[in-house]
Structure formats: C-alpha cells, structure tokens
Design a protein around this ligand. Structure first.
Ligand code: NAD
Length: 485
C-alpha cells in the first residue's frame, strides 16, 4: 500500500514525547476505498511498552498530589478542545473506521459528554462517614487512585471509548498507558494529542500502538495496577486469567447478543422504526447492536413486512456521502467473518429474507448488505453468537414468557429492549431480563453519558464504566478510625 501526503504518520507518546512517527509496522487503509492509506503507526515492541509503563509509574506520585478539581480542569480544557475540533475528528473517524459521518459526529459528541461529566468528578471523589461501634471514635472512608492503569481499546468506537477510560482515570488521579486497536491508530492519536494540548503533564498519559504483544505486556506488567479493557469476550477472558495471577484489577467490557422484544400490543411502526437503526447502525458493529428481533407470533407478519420495507431503504456506500445511511465493515477479516456466519445460518436451515451478500457496484470497500435471517431457532449459531455486522435474526415466540426464555438463552447480557404498552409486562421484563442496560419502548442501545454502562454474564466484568460507578475501578477505599484522645 502506497502512502500519500494525506497519510497520517502516527507515533507513540511516551513520557510527553512523540516518537517513531513514520514507522510503518501498521498500515491502515480507508475501509470505504482501500487505496486511501489513512495512517501508518509503529507496531511497538515489548520494550517500547515497558518504557511507557515506566513513564506512567514515574509520573504517578506527582499527578496524584494534584488536587482533584485541578485534574478535572485539565480534562475540562480537553473537552473544550474536542468541541472545537469535533468536525475534523469526526471526518477522520469516518475515513479511518468507516461509519457514516452523522454517526461519527455522534460518537465524538458522546466522548465529549462523558469527558465533561468526568471533569466534574474532580469535585465528587468523596468518601462516607459512619456511626461508631464503640464510644469516642469517628470513622470515615477516603479514596485513593490505584496507580498506573492500562486502557486497551477496540476499533468500533475509537474516539468515545478511549475518552471514557482516559478522562475518569486521570481525574481519579491515575496515570495511563493507552493501547488502541491497530485498525484505528489515527483517531487514537488525535485523542491523545488533545489531552496533551490541554496540559496533561509528561508521563501522565502515554500511547503505545501495536497488537496483542503490547496488550499482553500491559496486562502482565507488575507496575500496571488496573486494566480497563473493551473488546471481544475471548480476549477479555484471557486478560482476566492473566491479571488474576498478580491480582491486578480488571474492568472488562465485551460482546453482546442483544434482543429487542416486540409484543402484540406495541406500536409496531415505532418498534420497527427503532429496530432498523439499532440493528444496522454503525453497520452492526456496536457491542450494543440489536441482533435478535423476538416477536410475538400474532404480529410477526406485520412486523416482518414493515422491517423489510425499512431495510430496503438503507443506502450503502462511503460514509462521507450525505445520501449514504450505512458504511462498510471495518476490514476484510470482518467481512469474511460476517459472510461466514450467514452462510452457516443458511446451512442450518435459516432463510435469508434480504441481504446475505456483497452489494453490487461497490468493489472498492468492505461492504455487506443489511441482512435479515428468518426461521431461526434459538439454538442456531446465528441466534447465539455475536456476529458484529449488519445481520438481524428474526425469531417468533408465543408470549412474553417464551420471549424472555429465548432472550436470556445466550452467554451475553449487555442491552435489551421491549416494545409494549402494558406496564405490568414491561416491569416483568425489567425484573427477568439478564442485561445491564434495559430500554422500554426505546432502541436497545447504550445510554446516557452519566449512567453506568455495562452488562451481565459474558458481556462485562468488574466495576461499570461511565457515570460515578467507574470510580470503584479507578480508586481504592481506605477505612479510617480516629480515637478521641
Ligand atoms: P479485540 O478483543 O480483538 O481487541 C480489543 C483490543 O484488545 C485491541 O486493542 C487489541 O489489539 C487488544 N488485544 C488483542 N489481543 C490481546 C491480548 N492477548 N492481550 C491484550 N490485549 C489484546 O476486539 P475488537 O475486534 O477490537 O472489538 C470488537 C469487540 O469489542 C466486539 O466483541 C464488541 O462487542 C466489543 N465491544 C464491547 C463494548 C462494550 O462496552 N461492551 C464496546 C465496544 C466494543
């Protein structure tokens, strides 16, 4: 692949200095047009990673002594810089990752919102007071940062996810080594540049590009006290096992197989209007994407027909074109993977209602048509595993009880939604669904920038991200007893 003057030469950021810019161990192309070489970055070594960890360890003591509202002010300054550069970062995100521009703008805004919330945490990092058990003792809890932490991030939200790890980590007083996905080095570099420009001191935030060798060193390095990881369940489980050997703290955000239940009393048009973007938005490459429509039998024909009509209206193409509503998949491996799932579903007896192929006339990028699969049984692979592409399984059920049984019969439990006008059935759903983020008469995506983000079972592990819950990961608690003298 030939680089051009538009290629961004990304470097590592260690101890406040950019280095190895121009190294091309990693070459990233535009998934909508693979002749556009977006970025090069170093494929860093274990030694590079160790230097970044040492820089974070050296900077920790001084950073934790800066009072929390001051740390918050630096993050607030980064938020303002992001606001000023929103459009530029969004365009880069579309070029590097492939999502359409409106989704890219939404992602950058989400990063900004979470940073703004995190900046305010600098004034909320308090403990609690308690009544005493014996006379003349005053007791309270106070919090401390855990130390240098690793932020290991995926390619599907390459701006928002680093922001929602880095911002609270810094405000809580930790130093950070960030390792982004090798598929999105340029957006990760922009994020770190903005924090550095906002005044984060040298060594407090470090960036190391690379693959599993960098991630693995971060997980095993004894100077790293906590690992905040977002990615696949397979890698998350391996990180958990490795970190357990040295009792490092972990916060794992992993895969999803999210259901949307539609009951017969729902506003069916509204249910489908929300279902289509929930399933096919970001080309289905969201951990929160709806990948199973679980529909009561008596309304299944009407839902299926509305769904087909709306899916046909999706326009596929490069994400920077205004008429396009769905961009490409992130790379060739993802394209092969998604196509493989659909082929195996066909072999298991499912019917492809629409899609299931590459679109015509778009040879340059990694495109796949939005796909609906019917005659899916809960035990089929397509109904159980995370496809991470624009593929929706349509499953018919007799009633809410069966819907819940099907919805919960997977190893994941990230988000779930239900469409019904019956408040009693909505509450039964809240009580019985195994998921961490639950929506009623809303699409089953993530949520607001101040509520905990995470799920049950193999979707999440450790303290929730986003909102104040994340303090439980980034800080330790001390219980203090003072005896009156
Ligand atoms: P991935 O697990 O392949 O990679 C995630 C990160 O881990 C990357 O930076 C990668 O280089 C690194 N990594 C890979 N092997 C490693 C190892 N052995 N040790 C340490 N680090 C290692 O995931 P991906 O393909 O980048 O992202 C897609 C996945 O992320 C999907 O499963 C999706 O559901 C999940 N995801 C979850 C959430 C959430 O909040 N629950 C959000 C976004 C994405």
């Amino acid at each position: 692949m030939k680089t051009t003057e538009k290629t961004i030469q990304c470097g590592n950021f260690i101890g406040g200095k950019w280095e190895q810019q121009g190294a091309n161990g990693i070459t990233r192309v535009n998934p909508a047009g693979v002749r556009d070489v977006v970025a090069t970055a170093p494929d860093s070594s274990v030694e590079d990673t160790r230097r970044a960890v040492q820089a974070a360890a050296d900077a920790f003591e001084r950073w934790r002594r800066i009072i929390p509202p001051e740390r918050g002010k630096i993050v607030r300054r980064a938020t303002q810089l992001f606001e000023a550069r929103l459009e530029e970062v969004a365009q880069l995100l579309t070029r590097e990752q492939g999502k359409i521009l409106s989704e890219a703008r939404g992602e950058v805004q989400r990063g900004i919102d979470i940073m703004e919330y995190s900046a305010g945490m600098g004034r909320r990092l308090g403990g609690q007071t308690f009544p005493t058990e014996v006379p003349h003792v005053f007791c309270f809890t106070t919090r401390q940062p855990i130390g240098p932490v690793a932020a290991i991030t995926p390619w599907n939200f390459p701006v928002a996810i680093p922001c929602w790890k880095i911002a609270p980590a810094l405000v809580c007083g930790n130093t950070v080594v960030c390792k982004p996905s090798p598929l999105t080095p340029a957006t990760a570099t922009r994020v770190v540049e903005i924090f550095a420009e906002a005044g984060v001191p040298p060594g407090v935030l470090n960036l190391v590009h690379g693959g599993p060798q960098v991630g693995s060193e971060l997980v095993n390095n004894r100077l790293i006290r906590g690992i905040s990881f977002t990615g696949s369940t397979k890698v998350g489980l391996a990180i958990h096992t490795a970190a357990a050997h040295r009792l490092a703290k972990v916060q794992l955000e992993m895969g999803g197989k999210n259901p949307q239940i539609i009951l017969h009393d729902a506003d069916l048009k509204k249910a489908v209007d929300h279902l289509v973007p929930a399933a096919f938005g970001s080309t289905g490459q969201r951990c929160t994407a709806t990948s199973r429509a679980i529909v009561e039998k008596q309304v299944a024909p009407e839902v299926a027909s509305l769904l087909l009509e709306k899916t046909k209206a999706i326009r596929i193409g490069p994400g920077d074109r205004p008429e396009v509503t769905m961009g490409p998949l992130v790379d060739e491996a993802r394209l092969r993977d998604v196509a493989g799932y659909v082929e195996r579903a066909r072999a298991e007896g499912a019917a492809i209602v629409i899609g299931g192929s590459a679109p015509e006339g778009l040879q340059e990028g990694y495109y796949y048509t939005p796909t609906i699969v019917r005659d899916v049984r809960p035990e089929h692979e397509i109904a159980r595993e995370e496809v991470f592409g624009p593929v929706l399984s349509f499953i018919e059920v007799s009633d809410l009880e069966e819907a819940l049984m099907v919805a919960n019969r997977v190893e994941y439990g990230l988000t779930a939604s239900i469409f019904t006008r019956d408040i009693g059935r909505a509450f039964t759903f809240v009580d019985k669904i195994e998921a961490g983020m639950i929506h009623i008469n809303r699409p089953g995506l993530g949520g607001f920038s101040h509520l905990p983000f995470g799920g049950f079972k193999h979707s999440s592990y450790g303290a929730r991200e986003v909102g104040d819950d994340t303090i439980n990961f980034y800080m330790d608690v001390k219980s203090v007893y003072i005896q009156e003298t």
